[in-house]
Design a protein around this ligand. Structure first.
Ligand code: HEC
Ligand code: HEC
Ligand code: HEC
Ligand code: HEC
Ligand code: HEC
Length: 500
């Protein structure tokens, strides 16, 4: 890739990233539906200042050389000429452990994900086909590149994408050959990478591997850049929807030297001792579960329980929750709650932040357990009261809600729900190492002369119910297609106070 192009993209994204993070609070984001002071104060979330962003320099590794097809495996490849590349099942005949782990990962789920498929169908229909390959270039990259997902109009004139789930190049989403054939990274956004048709890339390019298939050592595969090609998303209207790579790039995890750097792989592909093939030697390998926050919401997806446990463990290791009483302010009881992001290479949440919800559920109860105050509760539909019309039945019912996520806006500044509709985003996310807090200022008379228990719970969920409801109401998602969306408890803190 031309280094100037890389530099330009990256700088652009970093500037965007810092602007967005700098805006901090959600208080000002809900512009179409500003909250009135409903009993308590409506203080914006307080944010520590974050250090200046690093200036992007060119860290693109050199492209490994292409190799001729090894005649030993030509037969194998020829046998699958329909797609020209091996499927995960075929790689799995020799690489069982890697296949078993990948199968349960969100990369394997990327094109089977019913929420994705529903959104894709709606996006293609709503934009009269203009969205075209935009979504599938990352969620079903092989299919898109092999031109297996064309868009056409049906008999009713509605635009549809052909999505043949019986073809492994379509159904298997981000698969072995997407990563292991990646020859170069053109830019760290929107799947701008090239694939080799004849060479696999691995961490060593060993002679043993080359005996089995053409194999070259690749620094691309081992760098965060390759993950960054898909983990930065800018939609056709220029809205920065996902920024995980740029968040990481600007963080201390992107050190000056390899020793000081923690790559995406270091956290999401931890090392273990094992064999690449059953009869090979024991060596240091890398997990292919790609654990994040997400779990499959369909029946019979492999390794669901394992993935759910790993997600829980990760989410319970990356935030510190703190609760204390502060001196009364403006004659009101002051409860201070803060969240610090730790061991996290990018913002919390990150990725598809317009869907993700991280929030504090705060309760104050008296000695008998009667509820005196609550924030971060759900309405009868399970929605949070985030002050946006259409999200909750009582959008303004929770004036103190402390929530981390992203809102999407169209050109006119109205809230929108779907990624292709957004012209602009505003977010409130916690950068690596950063602390954000809220002071809940509450009328004191309710608590006076009581001993109360103040409990804060930090929660994570991947989708808000209103989004799923919208897809069901419009007929893009079947009512019982999804299992319940889990709410993962990240942390819990409790204190007792006697209020005088
Ligand atoms: C016929 C069996 C076989 C098949 C099929 C196969 N491999 Fe391999 N692969 C091997 C062997 C053998 C090694 C070397 C094992 C060792 O070093 O212990 C290897 C090594 C590797 C390595 C490590 C290379 C390195 O640089 O250290 C990667 C990555 C790899 N294979 C990827 C794949 C992918 C991706 C597929 C499917 C597209 C695939 N393999 C299909 C047999 C196979
Ligand atoms: C220091 C460890 C660390 C590094 C480095 C790291 N991550 Fe993460 N990642 C985490 C943790 C912890 C979570 C779960 C909390 C969260 O969502 O941020 C996570 C979550 C994610 C998620 C799900 C985010 C969400 O909230 O929906 C994605 C996607 C992801 N990481 C990709 C990446 C990519 C790509 C890179 C490299 C550019 C990377 N990670 C680097 C620790 C790390
Ligand atoms: C999202 C990208 C991605 C996908 C999908 C993926 N891999 Fe990998 N794989 C990697 C990376 C990155 C490494 C090297 C990690 C490192 O060295 O830090 C790796 C390493 C390997 C290795 C070398 C041994 C090891 O564990 O380090 C083998 C073998 C392998 N992968 C096989 C597979 C197979 C088989 C599949 C499909 C079933 C697959 N991979 C899917 C990214 C991927
Ligand atoms: C070809 C595009 C592509 C590449 C390359 C890629 N990813 Fe992903 N990744 C995705 C997509 C798409 C999803 C979301 C799938 C879904 O849930 O629908 C995803 C999901 C994930 C998740 C799970 C997020 C969650 O919410 O649980 C993690 C972690 C992750 N990727 C890490 C990585 C790492 C690390 C690399 C580099 C070694 C990488 N990815 C390379 C496209 C890619
Ligand atoms: C540049 C690559 C890229 C493009 C383009 C892209 N996505 Fe994604 N998408 C991702 C990655 C990476 C993730 C995982 C992020 C995370 O877990 O937070 C993701 C996650 C998602 C999720 C959440 C999956 C889950 O189950 O939690 C949905 C839904 C989704 N994308 C829909 C879409 C739609 C619809 C489009 C087209 C308008 C689209 N994506 C375009 C890369 C992309």
């Amino acid at each position: 890739m031309a280094s100037s192009q890389w530099h330009r993209w990256l700088c652009g994204l970093c500037v965007w990233g810092s602007l967005l993070i700098g805006m901090g609070a959600f208080g000002s984001c809900t512009s179409t539906n500003p909250a009135k002071d409903g009993g308590g104060s409506n203080e914006p979330v307080k944010t520590e200042s974050i250090p200046d962003r690093k200036v992007a320099d060119d860290k693109t590794p050199e492209t490994p050389a292409e190799k001729p097809v090894n005649p030993d495996v030509k037969g194998v490849i020829d046998a699958h000429k329909a797609v020209g590349l091996l499927t995960p099942e075929q790689c799995g005949t020799c690489h069982k452990q890697h296949y078993e782990e990948w199968r349960g990962s969100m990369h394997s789920y990327a094109a089977k994900d019913p929420v994705f498929l529903a959104m894709l169908a709606k996006g293609i229909a709503d934009t009269k086909g203009k969205l075209d390959q935009f979504c599938v270039q990352c969620h079903a990259p092989m299919a898109s590149r092999l031109k297996l997902t064309p868009v056409s109009q049906n008999s009713k004139g509605v635009h549809e994408m052909k999505f043949d789930m019986t073809n492994p190049m379509v159904a298997h989403g981000v698969q072995c050959v997407t990563c292991h054939n990646m020859k170069s990274v053109e830019a760290t956004l929107n799947a701008k990478f090239t694939l080799s048709a004849s060479t696999y890339y691995g961490p060593t390019g060993s002679a043993a591997a080359n005996k089995a298939h053409p194999m070259a050592k690749s620094s691309v595969l081992q760098s965060s850049l390759m993950c960054g090609t898909c983990h930065n998303v800018v939609n056709p209207k220029g809205a920065l929807l996902e920024n995980t790579f740029s968040e990481w790039y600007a963080s201390d995890f992107n050190g000056d030297t390899p020793e000081k750097t923690k790559r995406c792989q270091d956290c999401h592909m931890p090392e273990y001792q094992g064999k690449i093939t059953v009869d090979g030697p024991v060596r240091t390998l890398h997990r292919h579960y790609f654990v994040g926050v997400d779990q499959a919401l369909i029946k019979n997806f492999p390794k669901k329980e394992e993935q759910a446990n790993l997600v829980k463990k990760l989410l319970q290791s990356c935030a510190v929750l703190h609760v204390e009483r502060r001196p009364d302010a403006e004659g009101k009881l002051s409860i201070f709650v803060s969240v610090k992001s730790i061991n996290n290479g990018h913002n919390l949440p990150s990725g598809s932040t317009a869907d993700r919800q991280v929030w504090v559920h705060l309760t104050i109860k008296d000695e008998q357990g009667a509820l005196l105050y609550e924030s971060g509760m759900m309405d009868k539909n399970g929605d949070l009261m985030d002050r946006v019309t259409g999200h909750s039945v009582t959008p303004k019912g929770d004036p103190h809600l402390l929530m981390f996520g992203q809102f999407l806006f169209d050109e006119a500044g109205n809230h929108v729900t779907f990624p292709w509709e957004a012209a602009r985003t505003e977010d409130n996310l916690i950068a690596p190492g950063q602390t954000k807090w809220r002071e809940y200022l509450l009328p004191k008379d309710k608590f006076l002369n009581k001993t109360v228990t103040v409990e804060a719970v930090l929660n994570y969920r991947t989708f808000p119910p209103f989004l799923i409801r919208k897809l069901i109401e419009e007929g893009y998602l079947k009512k019982d297609a999804l299992e319940p969306i889990p709410v993962v408890e990240m942390a819990r803190k409790k204190i007792q106070l006697t209020i005088r």
